[in-house]
Design a binder for this molecule. Structure first.
Ligand SMILES: *Cc1c(COP(=O)(O)O)cnc(C)c1O
Length: 404
């Protein structure tokens, strides 16, 4: 069981007011809030051992290096990667995807095929379009149904010997759909294609096991799972990471440099050019510790209850339509009420202290599918409560009255 009142004490931001009202933060799918335990780690780093890593012989540099590498081991352990050098620090999901997409430029040729899903975030569409433009490979799209679920039979029909890569998110940020990535991975591997899974929305809610999934690449951002912005991780199977060329050149990623020839460092440093977000990497580990101390099972159970409650309360509002009604989904509810523009609802809710997302959620193809400009999106995390949902529903009814 999850003791939500106790947990809320860990999040100082939840005590503030917005426009004179207690903050109700329902924009967790854009970024999550940060517990004091993680804030303390950030303050401790800059107060006590801020130094560049992997270079200095002095004590501060050793301490910073140890903490940063310790955090890599925590990430390895959390995702059950076989080797710690299969964990590459990135600046976030977008960086991880671009690193892999760029690397595949040298491995693809004309006639090859790349598959993405209709449910993707822009950061999982655009890099592949750019990759296809560079290489002459073609991009195929797995279609979705009205519930916001991928149509697996259509996916199977797209797969063939030319398929080299499949990219799919584990959970859709716009609709909350949990995609059947086990099946998607298995079918891709049957034709020899590699799979990259965008875990930006799944990692805050579930604990993926990259070896059990047998996934080739998995990416996420710390800021959606109680960590700081500007840091994330790319997991890649060792064999794949060895095949990909470095993404950026610079310090830290080299073995030897001369003007005639440079040799690259081994994994993971080959992909970690320049001074990284040292404090962010350390705080990422602290965020994983924090979430694991609550337990992902308890988090999932609690959030599912919030999702069920929020969904049934919202559906009582006349004219309200929920987009994304997949059987398997997380605590994200995208909706519109009648013809009211989502932006207007979001603006009025903000006046009442309630933070929701409005717009296309970086997923314009999904909005085009439903022929809407955007939605209002409320996304819950384990520190939200049923009482907050009640206040939100009351505020939403007021907003609808004012706007219709
Ligand atoms: C947030 C998000 C991204 C982008 O993450 P960044 O931290 O902005 O790089 C990519 N994919 C999905 C599904 C997301 O939710």
């Amino acid at each position: 069981m999850l003791d939500v009142q106790n947990i809320r004490q860990d999040f100082p931001i939840l005590n503030r007011t917005v426009n004179g009202k207690p903050l109700i933060y329902f924009d967790n799918a854009a970024t999550s809030q940060t517990p004091q335990q993680v804030i303390d780690v950030i303050v401790d780093y800059y107060s006590n051992y801020n130094a560049n890593i992997h270079r200095g012989v002095h004590s501060l540099s050793q301490e910073a290096t140890d903490a940063y590498e310790q955090s890599r081991l925590k990430i390895q352990n959390h995702f059950n990667a076989k080797h710690s050098h299969e964990i590459i620090y990135t600046s976030g999901t977008t960086h991880g995807i671009n690193l892999v997409a760029n690397g595949f430029s040298s491995l693809l040729k004309k006639g090859d095929e790349v598959i993405v899903s209709a449910l993707e975030h822009h950061s999982n569409i655009v890099p592949w379009q750019m990759l296809c433009e560079r290489t002459g490979a073609s991009l195929k799209v797995i279609p979705m149904n009205d519930h916001g679920e991928l149509i697996l039979s259509e996916y199977e029909a797209l797969l063939n010997d030319n398929t080299k890569l499949v990219f799919v998110n584990h959970i859709s940020n716009a609709l909350g759909t949990i995609n059947p990535i086990e099946k998607i991975i298995e079918k891709a591997h049957a034709v020899g294609a590699a799979v990259l899974v965008d875990g930006a929305q799944s990692c805050p809610h579930i604990k993926p096991d990259v070896q059990a999934l047998d996934v080739d690449f998995y990416v996420c951002s710390a800021h959606k799972m109680c960590g700081p912005t500007g840091v994330g991780m790319l997991y890649g199977k060792e064999a794949w990471l060895n095949k990909l060329p470095p993404y950026q050149g610079g310090g830290e990623m080299i073995a030897e440099v001369s003007f005639e020839k440079t040799t690259y460092a081994g994994l993971p440093h080959k992909f970690e050019a320049g001074t990284p977000n040292i404090c962010g990497g350390i705080a990422f580990g602290a965020a994983l510790d924090y979430m694991n101390s609550i337990s992902f099972d308890a988090i999932a159970n609690y959030e599912n209850a919030l999702l069920d409650y929020g969904t049934s309360e919202l559906l009582k509002i006349e004219g309200l339509k929920i987009y994304g009604t997949a059987k398997e989904k997380t605590s994200v509810i995208s909706f519109n009420v009648g013809n009211i523009h989502p932006y207007d609802i979001g603006t009025i809710l903000d006046k009442m202290g309630i933070a929701v997302r409005t717009g296309h959620h970086c997923a314009q193809p999904i909005m085009d599918f439903y022929k809407i400009p955007g939605t209002v999106r409320a996304s819950f995390m384990f520190y939200n409560t049923k009482e907050e949902i009640d206040t939100f529903i009351t505020a939403l009814k007021k907003a609808v009255m004012m706007l219709s």
